[in-house]
Ligand binder design. Structure first.
Ligand code: DAH
Length: 462
């Protein structure tokens, strides 16, 4: 934990580009109960009692905060759109793990990884958090950060939500891909819906012994009471140091190879200690790309309790999770995360999955097909004494301006020395990828945002 907090402090000043970002998980727990910290945003749904997601009606309650603009994103199925860059990255990862890697790894049968990519993003709080040992008072559970369907169900905030169920089905190696949802800021690399891929691999005593014959005659688990039972920086309490080391080595070799498969054999890779509630030890993998270290994924040795809960207590395992948008933006040079959702054929037509899956293929570079004028507008207000979350403001902006908003940035904040009230000023930048926006249209949107700010979030406009 100490290392994790150090890592967190180091990382606080850095942008987290939608990858498997341990900042979300490393944050310390909240001190308040996990009740909604604010009333849910009112949404103009036809039914006040139910919210319909992917054809299923779910009861609403005071936790419900899934907005209509997010509702509209469900079921878009970007990973199934032929030649879509997110699909290409997914296929490249599957290709590496199921075809390329076994060539260098005699123990892994070709096609060993089961592909799980059509699970509903509506999951239980138990799946998304409890099954992964996320503490009951952890900040990630707050409705400020997570989309609640109701108090028992959420839109998954990571594909890790399906770890236990897929392991229960008996898979020893699995890749899980899908759309995930987080309430977040607005800029070129943050979007409340994005895509992740999760990989898990389990090892029995026999498999570990094949990797390291020393293991054959010795146990892979420590018994309580033994002097070597206990957690260290390198292992969980019930793992032997040797078994944990073999799992760590395979995890790092696998992901190092994946980075080379995606970015080319020359890429430089480094490992940074991290913290996730569901793994120990945990790391982030970073790659040196155009002179900058980029965080690409989070990974670690799966907490043994998760494996026990999934009925596979005799095995050890590793897992990783990565953000597909981030990889696609870097590899194809895609400048804005909204483009992935574009229905303009000039976007997808630039990519070819057949070409990208050719061994040794160089990633094509995205060519901007339009760059329309951006228009920025500022809005300044006093915060209400009842509390204010920036994410509620971002959500409100999205619910009104949708994909016409490119960026929202807080440009000023101060506390009035006499009244103690806080004032914030946000700059909203509007730009369409499809056409020029007129002054009138932007004014209308902006006024609507200001009206709703006052009415729904109870701020005092200045
Ligand atoms: N679920 C994490 C996230 O979304 C990413 C992650 C980290 C997945 C470590 C893993 C893991 O499976 O072992 O930020």
């Amino acid at each position: 934990m100490v290392a994790a907090l150090g890592g967190l402090a180091r990382r606080l000043g850095r942008a987290c580009l939608r990858s498997a970002c341990s900042r979300r998980w490393a944050s310390t727990t909240t001190t308040t109960a996990t009740k909604p910290s604010h009333p849910a945003n009112p949404s103009p749904s036809p039914s006040p009692d139910h919210i319909t997601l992917l054809g299923t009606a779910y009861p609403r309650d005071r936790w419900t905060n899934v907005s209509p603009s997010i509702q509209a994103k469900l079921g878009r199925g970007l990973l199934t759109v032929p030649n879509h860059p997110l699909r290409i990255i997914k296929l490249r990862i599957e290709q590496y793990l199921n075809e390329t890697r076994p060539g260098t790894d005699p123990l892994l049968a070709p096609r060993a990884f089961a592909i799980v990519d059509s699970l509903s993003p509506v999951v239980t709080v138990q799946q998304n958090f409890d099954s992964l040992l996320v503490p009951a008072d952890h900040v990630s559970r707050q409705p400020r950060d997570t989309y609640y369907v109701n108090q028992n169900q959420v839109l998954r905030c990571h594909t890790s939500a399906h770890q236990v169920q897929t392991l229960r089905e008996g898979h020893d190696a699995v890749l899980i891909a899908g759309d995930v949802f987080r309430r977040d800021e607005i800029d070129a690399s943050h979007y409340p819906a994005f895509h992740q891929m999760e990989g898990i691999r389990l090892f029995s005593h026999d498999t570990l012994a094949k990797y390291n014959p020393e293991i054959a005659g010795s146990p892979i688990f420590e018994q309580a009471g033994s002097p070597t039972y206990g957690e260290t920086a390198a292992k969980q309490k019930s793992h032997t140091a040797l078994a944990a080391a073999v799992v760590e080595r395979d995890l790092k070799a696998t992901l190092d190879g994946l980075a080379r498969h995606l970015f080319g054999s020359e890429i430089q890779v480094r490992w940074v200690d991290a913290y996730f509630p569901f793994t120990h030890p945990s790391w982030e993998m970073e790659v040196l790309f155009h002179g900058k270290w980029l965080e690409v994924l989070g990974c670690g040795v799966v907490q043994q309790q998760i494996l026990s809960n999934a009925g596979v207590e005799n095995k050890l395992g590793w897992a990783f999770g990565l953000g597909l948008e981030r990889l696609a933006m870097v590899l194809f040079g895609i400048p804005d995360i909204r483009l992935f959702w574009s229905t303009d054929s000039r976007f997808v037509s630039q990519f070819s999955e057949a070409a990208a899956l050719n061994p040794g293929a160089n990633a094509v570079k995205f060519q901007e097909f339009s760059r329309f004028l951006s228009r920025s507008k500022d809005t300044t207000f006093w915060l209400p004494s009842s509390g204010f979350e920036d994410n509620d403001f971002f959500e409100l902006v999205r619910s009104i301006a949708s994909d016409l908003v490119e960026n929202v940035q807080m440009i000023d904040s101060f506390v009035h020395p006499k009244t103690g009230r806080t004032s914030k000023c946000f700059r909203v930048t509007y730009r369409s990828y499809e056409r020029d926006l007129s002054h009138e249209e932007v004014n209308l949107l902006h006024n609507e945002i200001r009206n709703r700010l006052a009415a729904d979030l109870k701020v005092e406009l200045r």
